[in-house]
Design a protein. Structure first.
Lengths: 378, 320
């Protein structure tokens, strides 16, 4: 491999990138828009669940209970209902995903037998939301029921002896507030970089074929490896600008705590960029037309990265076979790395396994791409 | 076919065959090109000219036969061949979004022209192409003739001893074409061997030797003079006559007439012996009630030669 030729190719690519401001703008603006769209769009925390109330008693006690829903950050009262018919309509129209019905004999039964029930009707179309909403609702009712018990024993003039044999004192590490955003945004950086990285290079070879410049280029003594590195280098620089945008936005705009070292972030991000850029380049070598190469690049990067990298869906919850498949998804390594760097502040040594996988991956793809490139027309 | 072989052959092609599936693009072609020689490839579109050039550049693998470029077998070591050649492909293939200077610098880097020589070589290429003052212009803004000369400049930047030019003058206006050929001659004078294809028949006159290619076969090779004198296998007469169609039909049966074709408002008649036909043809035509207004011996142009040769080749193929 001759450095002189590599340099000539790289310099030419830089000029071509520079002379095509539209593509350059897209390459630089895409990470911004994607971070905003997906960063705000994907949120697994359920807050402000719309809830409808149907108070069939209208007593002080029933109103006290419903006020607790209002006070909770997890719920907002969408409407007060007057009949079951309204309730059905409210659920049907999607005005609320949870309806709380207080029975007409609520206070009476509570005072008499010390046991009353409240009805919760849930919209089960989204089972996940329904589950969580029910959990929160049960907690609100539990809480209320405790305070009723306290005041009841007070009135009896007895001190309540609350005996709790065991208590779990939980302390969450790394993502202390259990903000799903802290978990998703670092992974999102990986998703966006996988997407943009492969797009950047998927066009480079196809463009030479389509513009007719390739025939002359392959008649020169240029080596496939010189062509590949010469083309990858400028895009690595561009990829780094994109990655820096995403990472800085994750830390400063979305406020995800960053606890690792910058050196570790630089090394791992560079490795990941090399992998995705090489994949785009390989596709470009295999598919000599721009539209086709770009479409395939989108398909092979986005779908597996979103579904199988552990960015949202935890890998250890997947069936065994699928888990094995995820080892082939290069993004899973960077998703792990970037999450650990942000939240745990892991060191390079602690991340050596995924880093090793990325190195193997990058080498394999580059060897494939260099070999797949033929300096022939037949 | 001319048997004379050039001294110091830079290109040796022996029984070259290229098939694409069942289509025979190059059919048993042999020729040699000497140092400093300009060999022209002529023939209709699709004759196989580009295919032969691409094989010699190592871009296509020959199906059979042998091709040596600068003494290197192109099938065995195309990479080493590429160090010794300059190539202008049929389709313009410089970077249109780069400037004149940037294209030259790029190819200087690819061919590893020593840094100390690069400035001087670029100057040479720019002067040669007449692009002085346009160094910063984007290639896309240049007219066709300028683009072609720049492409030639890029192809010779690394001083290759062998140049392959595939239809370098197609689509270029006549004055630029003339100028382009002057450049080719200047390069050949320094010892560069040039293989240049064209579909302009008149451009054969500019070559040291020309090869006529039809349907993958090389049907004649020689200097323009040799081709005019010997390749036809006869002598040419010009016949002006009132009824062209009838004369054409009559001459098909005439003795000693090898071929006959319409040229403008006259006929070109290929005969075995001009003197004899000169005496006998008017009588033969007179028997059929045809009276030639003019009959004279003419020196064939290369276009005559090629039209005749291709017609003869087609007839031979049909017969076979």
């Amino acid at each position: 491999m001759r450095f002189r030729r590599l340099k000539a190719i790289a310099a030419k690519e830089v000029l071509q990138i520079w002379r095509d401001p539209r593509s350059l703008m897209i390459a630089l603006l895409l990470p911004f828009t994607q971070m905003f769209l997906l960063g705000y769009g994907v949120n697994l925390d359920l807050k402000h669940i719309p809830v409808c109330t149907f108070d069939r008693e209208g007593s002080q006690l029933s109103q006290d209970l419903l006020k607790r829903f209002q006070a909770s950050q997890y719920f907002v009262i969408a409407r007060d209902l007057q009949s079951y018919r309204q309730l059905v309509a409210a659920i049907d129209d999607g005005d609320c995903s949870l309806a709380i019905v207080v029975p007409p004999d609520f206070s009476e039964r509570l005072n008499d037998s010390g046991g009353a029930s409240v009805q919760a009707i849930l919209d089960g179309t989204d089972d996940n939301t329904a589950n969580i909403a029910f959990g929160y609702a049960a907690a609100v009712v539990d809480n209320f029921s405790n305070s009723v018990q306290v005041s009841w024993t007070d009135r009896q003039g007895r001190a309540l002896q609350q005996i709790q044999p065991m208590v779990v004192q939980s302390r969450v590490w790394f993502n202390e507030d259990l903000e799903s955003r802290n978990f998703i945004i670092p992974g999102l950086v990986a998703v966006i970089m996988a997407l943009i990285g492969a797009q950047l290079t998927s066009l480079t070879i196809a463009r030479e074929w389509e513009r007719g410049t390739m025939e002359l280029l392959i008649s020169t003594p240029v080596k496939p490896s010189e062509l590949m590195f010469g083309k990858l280098l400028p895009y690595l620089a561009l990829g780094w600008v994109d990655a820096a945008f995403c990472l800085v936005m994750a830390a400063l705009w979305f406020g995800v705590p960053y606890r690792g070292t910058l050196a570790a972030l630089f090394v791992t991000t560079t490795l990941f960029l090399i992998v995705v850029l090489s994949i785009g380049y390989l596709l470009s070598v295999l598919i000599p037309n721009q539209v086709g190469a770009s479409q395939i690049a989108l398909l092979v990067t986005m779908v597996p990265t979103i579904l199988l990298s552990g960015y949202v869906f935890p890998i250890d919850q997947m069936p065994r076979v699928v888990q094995d498949v995820t080892y082939l998804i290069y993004s899973r390594y960077y998703v792990t790395i970037v999450k650990d760097l942000f939240l745990k502040g892991s060191s390079l040594t602690e991340l050596s396994t995924p880093i090793l996988f990325l190195i193997v991956y990058a080498t394999a793809v580059m060897v494939l791409a260099a070999r797949a490139f033929r300096k022939r027309l037949d | 076919m001319n048997a004379r072989q050039p001294a110091e052959p830079q290109i040796i092609v022996e029984s070259l065959v290229k098939r694409f599936g069942s289509f025979v693009a190059v059919d048993n072609v042999s020729f040699r090109i000497g140092r400093g020689e300009i060999m022209g490839f002529l023939g209709p579109n699709g004759a196989g000219k580009s295919t032969i050039i691409r094989i010699l550049c190592g871009l296509l693998r020959p199906t059979a036969g042998r091709a040596l470029v600068a003494g290197i077998d192109v099938a065995e070591d195309p990479e080493r061949v590429r160090e010794h050649i300059g190539y202008m492909s049929q389709k313009f293939s410089l970077y249109r979004d780069l400037s004149v200077e940037e294209n030259l610098r790029f190819f200087g880097g690819i061919y590893r022209v020593p840094q100390s020589e690069l400035a001087e070589r670029m100057r040479f290429a720019i002067d040669m192409a007449g692009l002085g003052g346009r160094e910063k212009a984007l290639v896309s803004t240049l007219a066709g003739g300028w683009q072609q000369r720049l492409a030639l400049g890029c192809a010779v930047l690394h001083r290759p001893p062998i140049l392959f030019l595939d239809e370098p003058t197609s689509g270029v206006e006549p004055r630029s074409r003339r100028r382009f050929w002057d450049l080719i001659h200047t390069l050949a004078a320094t010892g560069v061997s040039v293989l240049v294809s064209t579909h302009y028949m008149d451009e054969a006159e500019y070559c040291h030797r020309a090869a006529l290619i039809n349907q993958g076969r090389l049907i004649a090779v020689g200097s323009p003079e040799e081709l005019k004198h010997t390749a036809l296998g006869g002598e040419l007469l010009l016949l002006e006559i009132g009824n062209l169609g009838a004369a054409l039909a009559a001459l098909a049966d005439a003795p000693d007439v090898l071929d006959c074709s319409v040229f403008g408002n006259a006929l070109h008649v290929l005969v075995r012996d001009a003197e004899r036909s000169f005496r006998e043809l008017p009588g033969f035509l007179g028997q059929k009630g045809l009276r030639p207004s003019r009959l004279e011996r003419i020196k064939p142009s290369l276009e005559d030669v090629f039209v005749q040769l291709i017609a003869l080749d087609m007839a031979k193929r049909r017969a076979a």
